[in-house]
Design a protein around this ligand. Structure first.
Ligand SMILES: [Zn+2]
Length: 66
């Protein structure tokens, strides 16, 4: 998946840091940029995409800010 640009980054409740990227194909994706020292979620690995559609805590609070 090719990233067009970094839109924003945001800390997750588990302590990880996620980057919000716009892709060339259009969709916005969340990628784990840094794993929190206390994170126990096995899906949170640096460079892996998250699925904000299934995770209310991953939805950006304001789309207009993007
Ligand atoms: Zn995490």
């Amino acid at each position: 998946m090719r990233m067009l640009r970094l839109l924003s980054s945001r800390p997750l409740r588990c302590g990880c840091l996620a980057g919000i990227y716009e892709t060339y194909a259009g969709p916005i994706v969340w990628i784990v940029d840094a794993q929190g020292p206390n994170c126990t979620d096995p899906t949170h690995r640096v460079g892996h995409a998250l699925e904000p559609g299934r995770r209310p805590d991953l939805i950006p609070s304001s789309r207009s800010a993007v």
